[in-house]
Design a protein around this ligand. Structure first.
Ligand code: GUN
Ligand code: ZN
Length: 439
């Protein structure tokens, strides 16, 4: 008998090691059709086949019987904007006009702490009901927006990274600030929230076009003062954006060089998109240890372009999958992976299910430098997981009855699955959300 808080019985799938080549993922994939997972103090104690683990059960305490369900590590959303939740699916524009017409007016509301708290809680509920247990999140330039999000996440001890948007030009007056103000407010938020429980702070200049040299210098200074914070921004998403960056920053060799010059590349630096990168930029990402966030539904919705997954592997750049709501059209990682598959198809890259789920779990954790904390079921990891019912619709039942192994089932899930398949979401060793339509 061992001392545990929870024991879960069901089918488990995870990837047990990070890799540098997609060819290595299947070798580290683990599927236990009838497994037993022990959790204590928010951490994984062990995962084993039922026959091996059963002897350690405490008869008085028992276990949760989740047979028929598939249990995966919680999904990692490597790039998302919580204030944009209410404007998801706004019609008809590409990046720069979309920002002006839809995004900025919505973000202007987040100086109101009550409004920010309401949307922050709605956003966290969306993450959980979609099986996402960790995220790297943009707030707005208002410190109130960060307070609201971290407060909501800390109530369930979620591993969440977020930061105040830094922006001092080329945006409406109510959304801009001075570089000095931005520095000061970011600094106070870092001191208040970074490493509080499982929370982390990301220094968050929106992107080069809304940053002056003084603002990026402020970001550089913050990074120097707080070297274990994250850096979160956008990079090379849209051709008009890139042309604009060349006009605004003519002395720089390419887009990434603007950030690199201010020492904003490196480990724990996450750049969203990176669709139209030059060879030197891929090399710089690799050599600096920076990561990218691939946001397929957003890239298709805004007509931004196709992320080069094969090139990302070749350049050995860590990558996580982002929903990028509100340019992205879903919080759901299953649907996002289905769109990632199609983006890859358009470039003759075949994205297998085990690779897709790697990116959404351990690969995403690695992109955020959290692979020692989350991403799979190894002993000692934090117990963040999602319980999935792969067969909730007639079409899914028919399709899955014809799947011959776990990979076909996972692929059917990323093609046909959505939030209806999410049964429970566990955060830090406790069930934080359950779908009431499932018994
Ligand atoms: N680039 C700068 N800001 C944004 C944003 O809010 N969303 C997306 N998709 N790209 C951006
Ligand atoms: Zn974004």
């Amino acid at each position: 008998m061992i001392d545990y808080h929870h024991a879960l019985r069901g089918a488990f799938f995870d990837i047990t090691a990070t890799v540098d080549s997609p060819d290595d993922i299947a070798r580290h994939a683990r599927y236990i059709e009838d497994g037993l997972l022990f959790i204590r103090d928010g951490h994984i104690l062990s995962l084993s086949p039922w026959q091996e683990g059963e002897q350690y059960l405490n008869p008085a305490q028992g276990y949760r019987d989740l047979r028929g369900k598939l249990i995966l590590p919680g999904f990692v959303d490597a790039h998302v904007h919580y204030p944009q939740t209410e404007m998801i699916g706004a019609f008809g524009e590409q990046l720069l006009t979309w920002l002006t017409n839809y995004t900025f007016p919505v973000e202007a509301q987040f100086g109101d702490p009550e409004y920010a708290a309401q949307i922050a809680q709605f956003f966290i509920d969306q993450l959980l009901s979609n099986g996402t247990t960790s995220a790297l999140v943009f707030c707005t330039r208002h410190p109130e927006s960060v307070e609201a999000l971290f407060s909501a996440a800390s109530r369930i001890d979620m591993r969440l990274i977020a930061g105040k948007v830094m922006m001092d030009r080329n945006a409406p007056d109510e959304l801009t600030e001075t570089a000095q103000q931005s520095y000061q407010q970011s600094r106070e938020l870092i001191q208040r929230w970074h490493h509080r429980g499982r929370l982390g702070y990301a220094i968050t200049p929106r992107f080069a076009p809304t940053s002056s040299p003084a603002l990026l210098e402020a970001a550089r200074q913050l990074r120097e003062e707080f070297p274990d914070t994250w850096l979160h921004t956008h990079l090379s998403e849209n051709q008009d954006e890139i042309t604009w960056v060349k006009q605004l920053w003519p002395e720089h060799q390419h887009y990434l060089d603007v950030y690199h010059h201010y020492q904003l590349t490196g480990k724990r630096s996450v750049f969203a998109h990176g669709i139209h990168l030059e060879d030197e930029e891929w090399q710089c990402l690799h050599h600096s240890g920076s990561a990218l966030a691939f946001c397929p539904t957003s890239n298709l919705f805004l007509g931004s372009g196709l992320f080069r997954l094969a090139q990302c592997w070749r350049s050995r750049v860590p990558m996580g999958i982002g929903s990028d709501v509100g340019a992205g059209t879903t919080f759901n990682m299953l649907r996002t992976l289905g769109e990632a598959y199609k983006v890859a198809q358009l470039q003759s890259y075949r994205l297998p299910a085990c690779e897709a789920f790697y990116h959404a779990t351990l690969g995403g954790a690695r992109a955020l430098c959290l692979e020692d904390n989350i991403g799979n079921f190894l002993p000692g990891k934090e117990a963040d997981l999602v319980v999935i019912d792969p067969q909730v619709t007639p079409l899914q039942r028919l399709r899955i009855s014809h799947c011959k192994d776990i990979y076909e089932t996972l692929f059917a899930l990323m093609t046909l699955g959505d939030d209806r398949n999410i049964v429970q979401t566990w955060v830090n060793g406790e069930c934080a959300w359950r779908n009431e339509t499932h018994t």
